[in-house]
Design a binder for this molecule. Structure first.
Ligand code: TMP
Length: 209
């Protein structure tokens, strides 16, 4: 496996935490500095991933938690092999909405699978790729839900889970960040958009230096 030369930056957080807004702002800013930036997301960063996203999020009826975990891992394997690793090998910056921490939080804590096993499945799928920086936009569950209510006519399979599920997800994210403080930047997602983007830029600037 060739060494990655670019930077891999991921955004994590619950639904409604502002990941897509902040990742778009960061992408725009880095591009304005003349950097080559690739923006991706999981699930659905590739053509195959878009099909998997439909199955994972919108298939009706029960889906076994391990089947769900493997579908996310399949999407991830393809995205990393065909989009992210090639971009990193070119020296590009990859900014991605959600990555393996989502699986540990949602499938591990949310679906109550073994978080270490879920992480190992993702590491196998990606040949061990970890982000250089993960920005966690932390938001309490009720506020995230209110934000979603304003933007959605219907919920996907994960969004439709009960509040307790989403509390477990949030707690798991915070525990992951506490366990790897050097990889995570945790920000309060209720801060104004501009302030959040300033703090993110400051941290990313350190990585570019
Ligand atoms: P998105 O709407 O942020 O693109 O994500 C779709 C849903 O998928 C969201 O509710 C979180 C969930 N998800 C997981 O449960 N596990 C994962 O590994 C990923 C990437 C997302």
């Amino acid at each position: 496996m060739p060494d990655a030369r670019g930077l891999f930056l991921t955004f994590e957080g619950g639904d409604g935490s502002g990941k897509s807004t902040q990742s778009a702002l960061l992408t725009e800013w880095l591009a304005s500095l003349g950097r080559q930036v690739v923006h991706s997301r999981e699930p659905g960063g590739t053509e195959l991933g878009l099909e998997l996203r439909e199955i994972i999020l919108h298939r009706r009826g029960y889906m076994a938690p391990r089947a769900e975990a493997l579908l996310y891992a399949a999407d991830r394997a393809h995205n990393i092999a065909t989009v992210v690793r090639p971009a990193l090998a070119r020296g590009d910056i990859v900014i991605q909405d959600r990555y393996l921490d989502s699986s540990v939080a949602y499938q591990g804590a949310g679906r109550v699978l073994d978080p270490a096993e879920v992480r190992d499945v993702s590491l196998w799928a990606t040949e061990g790729l970890l982000p250089d920086l993960t920005i966690l936009l932390d938001l309490d569950v009720a506020t995230g839900r209110d934000r979603l209510d304003d933007s959605r006519t219907r919920y996907d399979r994960l969004e439709a889970e009960a509040a307790e599920f989403h509390h477990r997800v949030r707690d798991a994210y915070l525990a992951l960040a506490a366990a790897e403080p050097q990889r995570f930047l945790v920000l309060d997602a209720t801060l104004p958009i501009d302030e959040l983007s300033t703090r993110i830029r400051e941290r990313v600037s350190d990585l570019l230096a």
